[in-house]
Design a protein around this ligand. Sequence first.
Ligand code: GDP
Ligand code: MG
Length: 687
Amino acid sequence: MSEDIHVAFIGNPNCGKTTLFNAYTGAHLKVANWPGVTVEKKEGALKYHNNHYKLVDLPGIYSLTSYTMEEKLSRQYILEDEVDIIVDVVDASSLERNLYLALQLIELGKPLIIALNMMDVVEERGMDIDLHRLPEMLGVPVIPVSARKKRGLEILLHAVAHHNRRHGMDKIEHQHKNEREKKSSHQHRHHRNIVVVYDDWLEDKIDIVETALKEKYGPINNLRWYALKVLAHDEEIMNKYPLDIATVAEKSYEKEIIKQKYDFIEEVIEEVLVHKDKESKNTDKIDTILTHRYWGIPIFLLIMAFIFFLTFTIGDFFQDWIVLGIDKVSDIIKNFLTYINVSPVLTSLLVDGAITGVGSILSFLPNIFILFLALAVLEDSGYMSRVAYVMDGIMGKVGLSGRAFIPLLLGFGCSVPAIMASRALENPRDRLKTILITPFMSCSARLPIYILIAGMFFGDNAMYAAFSMYVLGIVVAIALALIFSRIDKNKNKNTNTLLIELPEYKSPNAASIFIYAWEKVKSYLSKAGTTIFVASLLIWFILHFNMSGMVSDIGQSFGGFIGRVIAPILAPAGLDVWQIAVALLSGVAAKEVVVSSMSILYGVSDISSQMGMTNVVSKLSQIGFSQLNAYALMVFCLLYTPCVATLVTIRKETGRARWALFSVFFQLFVAWVAATIVYQVGSIFFR
Ligand code: GDP
Ligand code: MG
């Protein structure tokens, strides 16, 4: 008999959910190492032994409360009837921490299987988990697996098929070691279907609330769970099932419930975990250095500088080859088109527009790939979570929580996912602040601009000029955060205390790193093929046409006209060049387009090659464009209006078009002010 089984994967952040999910579906999802990234619901499908499985990867959470966005999402999802069976992925190497969520899921009473993941780590450390006693104590099947080593995957699927839609649980074997239970005359100690038996007084309250719920709302599926939530004064549940409970739960019993769950966890650990003390000491050792109070931040900056160095040196090496290749292709196509007598307009459109525009972006592929490869290694090893921890202090001083550092850090890659990651912030005001400052972090799309401009004007010092942009981005973001929290009068202090669990260090996994970097390259490529392609054609059009048709002098085109209108506004920043004004304008489509526009504007197809650069530099030098102007231009590019994709994301995440509009003008203003300061102050010293 064939069946459709809807399986929801849930678990703590970093328990290996996504890896497990990938192992089944082969879907190339991002494998990240910090909480808050898997915010979106990811789905996959799989057919195995006549059964169709629909898998859903839920955001990582520590608890079934509704304090954070992830918790709300995940909880809502599994409460729905649609889900046939829940697979709770548990990191066996941190059983104690992971069991807390597991207990809450068990209390929920839905069909549940525990996938005991990371068994390879457990073995490696010489630990042992009593796989007979554990399910006996928890009342649900426990299947040992290793997502990374792809072990136990089929057994887990069998278990899923077998326990599908099977409510209720196996008989629980309590040992009644606990003194308070021995003395108790309460009936609950005989219950064989309750996993966590709370103190008598609490169980009595649960009974009362359960009865009240039943009376008022009829049969409810997960009665005990709801009763516990009512006793913990869970807002959502209390709104859903209002009860007059003043006499039983005049205050919230959340603390007591949590504490007694942990007491039970302690019992479980004591019984099932053998060689407990053999846990890895390596993580602790590494952490005394990497998360050191004073060294932590300098070490982080050094690591980033090193990544940058790799991006530049190795990247440039490969870049030369790509440029050479694109040149060849461009020549061949041009000759071919001329040979078959294609009209000059079409030839120009294809060669000067499409190939020049897209080609200039493609040549930065190696740099982008190396940058993301390095970032992926940091993530996968577990270091990135530390960075948030290390930065917590500084972030607190500027009115943000350490959690805000994660979106900011992601901003080095791309503002779009970075802004989405801000969902990890529970306080809406903190979240808005984070969203508004994230685009100031230098995203990878801006890298080509620095490489190009710094390469043209700063020679051997290009790398330092470019690195300074990254630092400046951080400084501006932090300064603005500070200003925002000064303005924000309703600031609630410390609502976002950092609750990031530091995962164990792991040697990075080659496959997941490559999948991750490849994902990024793919999205960069697809951007080159779509947004940048279209933008290049548009730019080509406005640069080669005016009202009277095609023009040979770009200066007479629409673009020339628009550029001349805007350029004077940029004069105080030393950017009174109409070509640059046009390039900047086009960069709102995507920041890389600044580069492709420059190459179209200056008519050089190989702008990132030595010759192309010399060509453009000589043209710019003629009009007195110096290193200082170039630096002001880089500053402007770093800070000005975010790209369209980012603006759309800001709108979506804040729910208001107002904030996207604010970003447009606010960043423009900040960029103008900063570039002007750089240029004016610089002029005093360097003229
Ligand atoms: P998620 O946050 O729950 O989605 O966790 P991920 O799937 O992103 O995994 C977090 C980290 O644990 C990654 O570095 C994985 O490579 C690693 N990991 C996942 N499963 C296993 C496993 O079974 N064994 C080992 N050694 N590492 C694993
Ligand atoms: Mg994940």
